[in-house]
Ligand binder design. Structure first.
Ligand SMILES: [Zn+2]
Ligand SMILES: [Zn+2]
Length: 346
């Protein structure tokens, strides 16, 4: 099968083509697993963190990609699953590939925090390939109203963005800030407008095209990262790869407000801004910073249902599987308008 492989940890600056095309063996199923013929795979910023070693895959080479849409080709599954899994069924795979199922976090519904959490396209091979295998209880039916390309970005950009939005603890009518406006936050804007119809949404981006894009999707205001919106913010979701935006968000946060950081890792380049944090204006008055980690199956399924009900469709650009490096490079350079999706098969 054709696959794009990550063979070594590298930086995109030194190596703008970190993935190499290969003809590899199809996966062999074990008990409880399904084989998917991948049709589309979304491109996520986390792939850059994997390639550049901030969250390195434990084994190389590896197939990246955790916003996978595919068709079930076959399965080796326990009896209990056979009624829910059918060959020919269209399903998605998200970042969560498995969790232990019996630790305190799993039992409390927070399988995203499990110490044995395994990630698709990092700890197991993902969707930048014609076929992938995954545990049958970690696939998600895709609502009929979405095409494969529309569904792919919902599986991480959408689902983790939705988890971040839930963690904001927002009430309808309170103001929401979005720092960065790429694959995830443009979907969050659409979801937030549906869940909190009386809230105003303020978008911060370094990129004028993204600011224009935000306004076209219904943001109340869009400005540069260090600009002042017309009112204070009750919550902010930060999807940027650096630290400056967190500092700027804290300056604009209302008392009791929360910044939710939706990034698996941050880059080190501007970390010194943290030493300049002004406690009275940026942290006092019970301001909070909270990260969002991974995603649960329930988040994914809730979000797919919500997206179908509210007709939330991502904006996206398609690339051939063989052009995955180009998609990643454009993401690194901030050339983002909506989400990026790889066409793997028809
Ligand atoms: Zn992702
Ligand atoms: Zn667990």
């Amino acid at each position: 099968m054709k696959a794009m492989l990550l063979r070594e940890i590298t930086s995109l600056k030194q190596n703008p083509t970190p993935l190499s095309f290969a003809d590899t063996a199809e996966p062999v199923l074990e008990e409880g697993e399904v084989l998917l013929r991948v049709t589309r795979c979304g491109v996520c910023h986390t792939e850059l963190d994997e390639i550049e070693g901030r969250t390195p895959p434990p084994h190389l080479p590896v197939v990246l990609g955790h916003q996978v849409v595919g068709i079930i080709e076959s399965f080796q599954s326990q009896e209990t699953l056979e009624s829910t899994i059918k060959t020919g069924q269209r399903v998605g795979v998200a970042w969560i590939a498995s969790a232990c199922g019996h630790c305190q976090h799993c039992l409390a519904g927070n399988e995203n925090l499990c110490a044995e959490f395994k990630a698709t396209g990092r700890d197991i091979n993902g969707g930048y390939a014609e076929y992938m295998k995954v545990r049958a209880d970690f696939v998600h039916p895709i609502p009929d109203s979405f095409t494969d390309s529309e569904a792919a970005p919902l599986l991480c950009a959408g689902a983790v963005g939705y988890r971040a939005l839930k963690l904001c603890n927002l009430q309808d009518g309170q103001s929401l800030g979005l720092m960065g406006f790429g694959g995830s936050n443009h979907i969050v804007l659409k979801a937030a407008k549906h869940i909190y119809p009386n809230s105003q949404i303020f978008v911060f981006s370094r990129n004028p095209d993204e600011r224009e894009f935000a306004l076209s999707l219904g943001a109340a205001w869009a400005g540069a990262i260090d600009q002042n919106p017309p009112e204070g913010l009750d919550a902010v979701i930060d999807t940027t790869p650096v630290w400056g935006p967190i500092s700027e968000a804290l300056k604009r946060l209302n008392p009791g407000g929360r910044v939710v950081v939706n990034a698996i890792r941050k880059e080190e380049i501007d970390k010194e801004v943290l030493l300049k944090l002004d406690y009275p204006s940026q942290l006092w008055m019970e301001k909070e910073i909270k990260s969002v980690a991974n995603v649960t199956r329930q988040d994914v399924r809730e979000f797919l249902d919500l997206a179908a009900e509210a007709n939330i469709k991502p904006e996206y650009q398609e690339y051939d599987l063989e052009d995955a490096n180009q998609a990643l490079l454009e993401m690194k350079q901030g050339k983002i308008r909506g989400a990026k999706v790889l066409k793997v098969s028809q």
